[in-house]
Design a protein around this ligand. Structure first.
Ligand code: SF4
Ligand code: F3S
Length: 104
């Protein structure tokens, strides 16, 4: 599966949802997650994210984010179309320590 990681928080560009063939993104207030059981590992979303927040779960060090994706995918609503990104999305791109801002 692919996993949405920390740099999505407060960026939430949503380019990813437009390309996913199985619509497996779920929407929180300031981050999206991927449902690990629905993702077919096609990889097309990875290069579409301007924040480079999407990684394959085979990449080391993202176990915490995989768990977070799995947990919130069960709680948050499905999203299939790009909405309006946060006005300050670009300002947050690449900022460290964004996990504390996750709105659940
Ligand atoms: Fe969707 Fe493919 Fe990305 Fe998985 S890897 S979330 S199936 S676009
Ligand atoms: Fe987040 Fe990147 Fe999608 S910032 S909403 S994973 S395009």
């Amino acid at each position: 599966t692919y996993v949405v990681t920390e740099n999505c928080i407060r960026c939430k560009f949503m380019d990813c949802v437009e390309v996913c063939p199985v619509d497996c993104f779920y929407e929180g207030e300031n981050m999206l997650v991927i449902h690990p059981d629905e993702c077919i590992d096609c990889g097309v979303c990875e290069p579409e994210c301007p924040a480079e927040a999407i990684v394959p779960d085979t990449e080391a060090g993202h176990e915490k984010w995989l768990t977070l994706n799995a947990d919130y995918a069960k709680l948050w609503p499905n999203i299939t179309r790009k909405g309006v990104q946060p006005a300050d999305a670009e300002d947050w791109n690449g900022k460290p320590g964004k996990e504390q801002y996750l709105s659940s």
